[in-house]
Design a protein around this ligand. Structure first.
Ligand code: ADP
Ligand code: MG
Length: 452
């Protein structure tokens, strides 16, 4: 039928097309996805939706009038045998399964967005519960539910974990007290803005990526007009490399108490300044009076609360009270906290739960037990807890990030080594405010007290 030359030619064309496709996918995966992968996926997804929705129990049973064709045997006049078969139309009530209606699917860099109209009686949570099933059915890495308008949900699917490789990010945007330590799962930069969320809790097991995140933050803050203060009771091993950019670093318990006393005293002075000028926070003070913002980093908070003997009990109590005061007053008066730890639970001592409730920004890396994830993320969306428990050990630095508004993201810090952060600290050592200039000690009468 075909001669040999035509066959060889056809084979050569096929090989060239496949090789070209593979090369395209390899060297420009994004355009390949948009032009080839996504359209194919979209057609398949619409074609299989009824079946997938039914398997995920997202369909509703409905009774509908339907015209059906029935085969009716026609009996001969004299015999009992059917002599012919005729088809008759019948109007019948039949039960059908109605899948929620799909909207227009749209591609994104890492997957797709699909709006869906809810069936009567459905809520977005019905979709959240089966998100993992949907992800498997669609061969996606993950499916997340975005609650959009009443009666509608938007599902966001990601093809593969976008956090396996994190592209380099510029750690310091132009805004004061804002850093970009990594990327979010949706491909956007992960932004930490201390002005909106002043205090942060970074939780995670050892080797989960806490120190790397801290490095990224120190690298981001180092070039800014911000004072850094450190508390590191693990002998200073974590924070000493950055000491040139720190106004103070406490590595013993008594030094911690002194430093915290200094910070609380400075807070009192800032409070008095604000009262004198009739303003609510330091940002509204006249520029020449506006104090430098302070970011205090506590590495391994459990060490601060550990009581070895009776003598330490009083120091621990003082520490706890001072930290709580800083957390309560810091937002208005420009002192921000980052507290790192494997877990920060009430078992550490009284005052810890109150402190935790003031740390409104939460970052939960891989943790050892589900309770720690729940403790860190609080009463968030159960899907956030599930995502925290599912962080694999092979991707240190991946974390669930929760802001104070209840939204959450999967994110990963950019790999920032101690050497990177140390280099940034050295390069910006001229910005370090000496401790003696940073805090004002001694009593300060508040305006009301003077009047009294
Ligand atoms: N964001 C990241 N990307 C890639 N590797 C990371 C990341 N974060 C941490 N790691 C790796 O994991 C190791 C342990 O991280 P580290 O920050 O020291 O954990 P922790 O302080 O929680 O014990 C690091 O040495 C680094 O190799
Ligand atoms: Mg560490």
């Amino acid at each position: 039928m075909f001669d040999k030359a035509t066959l060889i030619e056809a084979l050569a064309v096929l090989v060239a097309v496949v090789a070209g496709g593979l090369a395209w996918r390899r060297f420009h995966p994004l355009s390949f996805w948009l032009c080839v992968g996504f359209p194919a996926r979209a057609v398949w997804l619409y074609a299989t939706w009824q079946h997938v929705a039914s398997a995920c129990k997202l369909t509703h049973k409905r009774r509908r009038w339907r015209v059906t064709l029935d085969s009716v045997p026609v009996l001969g006049a004299a015999s009992r045998e059917a002599t012919a078969i005729v088809e008759r139309r019948h109007l019948r009530r039949v039960e059908i399964e109605k899948a929620p209606r799909l909207g227009l699917i749209r591609p994104s860099q890492h997957g797709w967005r699909l709006p869906i109209r809810l069936n009567d009686g459905q809520i977005p949570d019905d979709f959240a519960k089966v998100a993992e099933r949907l992800a498997h059915a669609w061969r996606a890495h993950a499916v997340r539910v975005l609650d959009s308008k009443p009666g509608k949900v938007v599902l966001i699917a990601t093809r593969k974990d976008p956090l396996v490789t994190v592209p380099p990010v510029d750690p310091t945007p132009d805004d004061l007290l804002t850093v970009r330590p990594g990327v979010l799962e949706n491909g956007r930069p992960w932004v930490i803005d201390f002005k909106t969320v002043p205090h942060w809790l970074f939780a995670g097991a050892t080797q989960s990526g806490k120190s790397t995140l801290l490095n990224a933050i120190i690298r981001g803050l180092a070039p800014q007009p911000v004072a850094l203060v450190g508390f590191d009771l693990k002998g200073g091993v974590e924070l000493t490399p950055y000491v040139v950019r720190m106004s103070a670093l406490a590595t013993t318990r008594s030094a911690c108490v002194r430093l915290l006393d200094g910070l609380v005293s400075e807070l009192t002075h800032r409070m008095a300044d604000c009262r004198e000028h009739g303003v609510r926070n330091v940002w509204r003070l006249p520029e020449e009076l506006r104090p430098i913002p302070i970011v205090a980093v506590v590495d391994e908070v459990a060490e601060l609360f550990l009581i070895a003997d009776k003598a330490e009990k009083e120091e621990v109590a003082k520490t706890s009270v001072a930290l709580l005061r800083i957390a309560q007053l810091g937002r208005a008066f420009g002192v921000y906290l980052i507290v790192c730890g494997q877990r920060i639970g009430s078992d550490l001592g009284p005052g810890v739960t109150a402190l935790r409730s003031q740390l409104s920004g939460r970052v939960c890396h891989r943790v050892n037990d589900p309770e720690t994830a729940a403790m860190t993320l609080g009463d968030m969306d159960p899907a956030a807890l599930e995502a925290a428990r599912a962080i694999p050990a092979e991707t240190p630095g991946v974390a669930i990030v929760a802001g104070s508004d209840g939204s959450w993201h999967r994110a990963r810090s950019a790999l920032t080594t101690e050497a990177d952060a140390e280099a940034a600290a050295r390069a910006n050592r001229h910005l370090t405010t000496p401790w003696a200039h940073l805090v004002r000690t001694g009593p300060r009468a508040l305006p009301d007290d003077q009047a009294a």
